[in-house]
Design a protein around this ligand. Structure first.
Ligand SMILES: Cc1ncc(COP(=O)(O)O)c(C=O)c1O
Length: 780
């Protein structure tokens, strides 16, 4: 070998590395390098990019099979395709059932529906994977396959799964999209069941951008799989073509095959690195309260496609936002909800035109509904889960920083549990007091102070809540309180003090005029009663702060009745924002208005209400904005008067969020026809419109708007707010609303009045400092 032949590959590799350098500036992982470029070059120089006469894809199939110790492999265009190829091998009949996981990517489900088969979901166990016992429970005479998903890189309990599949003679498919080269009892997942499927999508351990592979040890399956990925085309012999059955074209191109070959060489080292880093985070999480580290199945290794963390005692959304601010990428709840609630192909059976196939052709009479409650453990787990995106190029220092950030926010955001209905002797801890000798699971004792229009909403919601019992009603007009007490066993009082003396209460709804809120709330907290207070929490932020401190000192709930957070359209919008699918949010426009003649009403009398429309509608608007977009930095307010009132009846607030989003909030009692859309959110990549019936959204790449209709009525949504309060008293997490929200909203309301008075923009946090020192004097 002469000098030139030695130096030439070195120079070539150096040049190829140089060629790859722009890609390294990409954020996150940089999975591709000189090896990929070299093979891509070879593929291109071969002048053939189709795998039928190619060399790259057949080589990838051979080497992939060899690496896994599997006899056969068939390449395809995606993980979804790889699963479809596996189902193609089974030659299912329409309406056959396939049991699979509730927490997965839709790619597991799409192929089932494309074969006109029916997905049946088995609930999870503590590993987030399917619970073998529930898989067995879900087996019916129609079950024709089980697809297990090794979620996040953690293998399922394969001994149990194989045992079930064998006993019932049902083919077992492993979806290893998130678990490349991952061992269970010394064997790679994908080789333990009958067929294994892999995704090469960008985020996976081994990636070609998009691509997939299906492996099997069963010759008959392999032969059908090979045909299935290639239109069912039997490419042998002369004469007319023979397509043996209905099948798609999922052929991988040579370019993808070339990248796959290079990636295959690295994949085990990627897995080992992730495994090591994951184990380190698990160690660190052991010292962080309220966190549940990634569970690892017995006798298995976890390859950490993502690192899942269970969180107790914090609002997962708030926590995730805090992490994202620290540039730590997390997905709250992974897919947010179980996959059966995420796709309209299941929830609304939108499959083939309006046919609702396969669900409409079921001959057994069985109905399949994909609704909340189908897999309760999965539904609950996702509410407390965040997934950290994982990166094999990290070093221990990176993991340590992640753990320290988690620790910091857990300490900051974790709320003390207020009461525990599941306490050993079933005592309800009632603020500082303990009600002893309570019957097990007794109901939460509720009072309502203020028996007007809004009080009735609270009344109706408590009546529908099986965990609550109405004990007392208070109104200065006792007749009104008596009307509330009809059909209940509650007592009636003319003042809240009388009620507190006579009754032992767990919680109270305060539905009186705002000027009375402070005194009532402070008395309630002294008596150790939890409070759900109508908005505005107080007539100024200083009072709100006093109320907040008072509740805090007794470890009591003081929730403000910000009902919009519980409305379907708002929850759906929040979800879309969390998915960041709109890209950066630029601005919003919110309208809370309509025509209300306020002459003579207490709403327009400052001594009762504290102000006009800004005090009345403003807190709801501010809370909605804070809930969706974070803290408000500054506000610039402009008021006008059209009715004969002492207070403003129309206002426009221009707000700037800390995140730099800008928005307009319109408030009015005087517009005859308000805009039907009450909130519009504009992002870089799309727009959301919220209205009382639901929401519509459109991404810039779509031609049409997509509409999500509300599933619940306004009454039901209001009921959720009351249930959330009752749950909070029972010691469950109050994840939607914390004690401080009412006070923070009130501060923005104060800032608005201050801004209108001064004619300038007011910085909210500066006013906060001021509120600590003085009682604000503004109200013009
Ligand atoms: C568990 C699981 N199954 C299937 C798929 C579908 O793979 P692909 O996106 O390559 O079609 C994915 C992809 O994320 C996945 O995570």
């Amino acid at each position: 070998m002469n000098f030139t032949s030695k130096i030439k590959p070195l120079i070539l590799n150096y040049l190829l590395d140089l060629l790859m350098s722009p890609a390294k500036s990409r954020k996150g992982r940089s999975p591709f390098g000189a090896e990929e470029l070299k093979l891509l070059r070879q593929a291109l120089l071969s002048q053939n990019l189709c795998c039928i006469d190619g060399r790259m894809v057949p080589a990838l199939e051979r080497e992939f099979a060899f690496a896994y110790g599997a006899p056969y492999a068939v390449a395809s265009t995606s993980g979804t395709a790889a699963i479809h190829v596996a189902l193609g091998a089974l030659d299912l009949n329409p309406t056959d059932e396939v049991i699979t996981a509730p927490i997965t990517d839709l790619g597991t489900i799409i192929p089932i529906l494309y074969q006109n088969a029916i997905p049946v979901f088995a609930d999870i166990d503590e590993t987030y994977n399917m619970d073998p016992a529930d898989v067995e429970r879900k087996i019916t005479p129609q079950t024709r396959a089980i697809i297990v998903v090794h979620l996040f890189g953690n293998p399922c309990n394969m001994d149990a799964m194989v045992d079930i599949a064998k006993r019932h003679n049902i083919p077992l498919i492993e979806d290893c999209s998130q678990a490349h080269m991952t061992q269970y009892k010394g064997r790679y997942v994908g080789t333990i069941g009958d067929i294994g499927c892999f995704s090469f999508q960008q985020s996976k351990h081994m990636t070609t951008g998009d691509g997939g592979m299906t492996i099997t040890g069963n010759r008959a399956y392999y032969e059908r799989m090979k045909l299935f990925a290639d239109k069912g085309y039997a490419r042998k012999g002369w004469g007319a073509r023979a397509y043996l059955f209905h099948a798609p074209n999922y052929r991988m191109t040579e370019l993808v095959g070339a990248v796959g070959l290079a990636q295959l060489k690295k994949v085990r080292s990627v897995v080992e690195k992730r495994f090591e880093l994951g184990r380190y985070l698990t160690e660190l999480l052991a010292d962080i309260p309220h966190t549940i580290p990634a569970p690892v199945t017995a006798n298995a290794e976890h390859s950490y496609w993502m690192y899942p963390i269970g969180l107790n005692a914090v609002d997962v959304d708030l926590f995730s936002k805090a992490m994202v601010k620290e540039k730590i990428h997390v997905l709250p709840g992974y897919t947010g909800k179980p996959i059966y609630l995420c796709s309209e192909s299941l929830t609304a059976k939108k499959t083939y035109g309006d046919s609702q196939w396969p669900f409409s052709c079921v001959k057994t009479g069985r109905k399949y509904e994909y609704v909340e409650g189908l897999c309760p453990r999965a539904e609950e787990a996702l509410k407390r889960l965040v997934c950290l995106t994982w990166d094999e190029t990290w070093v221990k220092k990176d993991v340590k920083r992640v753990a320290e950030t988690i620790d910091r926010y857990m300490r900051e955001l974790a709320k003390p549990r207020l009461a525990r209905a599941t306490h050993d002797d079933s005592r309800l801890v009632n603020g500082g007091r303990v009600a002893v000798n309570e019957p097990k699971h007794r109901k939460v004792r509720i009072g309502i102070v203020g028996c007007g229009q809004i009080g009735r909403w609270h009344l109706d919601a408590y009546k529908r809540n099986p965990a609550a019992e109405l004990i007392a009603f208070v109104d200065t007009d006792v007749e009104r309180a008596e009307k509330f007490a009809k059909d209940t066993r509650a007592n009636v009082y003319a003042s809240h003090k009388d009620m507190l003396e006579a009754e032992d209460l767990d919680g109270v709804s305060v539905c009186t005029v705002p000027s009375t809120h402070r005194d009532i709330v402070v008395d309630m907290t002294k008596a150790g009663v939890n409070i759900l207070c109508e908005k505005p929490l107080a007539v100024n932020a200083s009072q709100a702060k006093e109320m907040y401190e008072s509740a805090k000192s007794k470890n009591l709930l003081l929730l403000t009745a910000f009902k919009f957070r519980f409305y379907d359209e708002v929850l759906n919008a929040k979800e879309l924002l969390l998915q960041a699918s709109l890209g950066k949010i630029l601005s919003f426009r919110l309208m809370f208005g309509g025509y209300l003649d306020m002459a003579g009403s207490w709403y327009a009398q400052r001594e009762f209400s504290g102000g006009g429309v800004v005090m009345d509608n403003g807190p709801h608007a501010v809370d909605l904005v804070r809930y969706l977009f974070g803290e408000i930095e500054s506000v610039s307010a402009h008021f006008s008067r059209h009715q004969k009132l002492d207070v403003e009846d129309t206002a426009k607030l221009l707000v700037r969020m800390r995140s730099d989003i800008v928005g307009v909030v319109d408030l009015s009692w005087s517009v005859s026809v308000p805009s039907q859309t009450y909130l519009e959110i504009y992002g870089e990549n799309g727009t959301i419109h919220l209205d009382p019936e639901g929401l519509a959204y459109k991404f810039k790449i779509w031609k049409e708007w997509k509409r999500i209709h509300n599933q619940s009525t306004v009454k039901e949504a209001f009921g959720r707010q009351v249930a959330h309060f009752v749950d909070g008293i029972l010691g469950k997490e109050t994840s939607f609303l914390g004690n401080g929200e009412g006070m923070k909203a009130q501060l923005v309301i104060d800032a608005s009045y201050e801004s209108a008075r001064l004619g300038t923009s007011v910085n909210v946090s500066e006013l906060w400092v001021h509120t600590h020192a003085h009682e604000p004097t503004h109200r013009s």
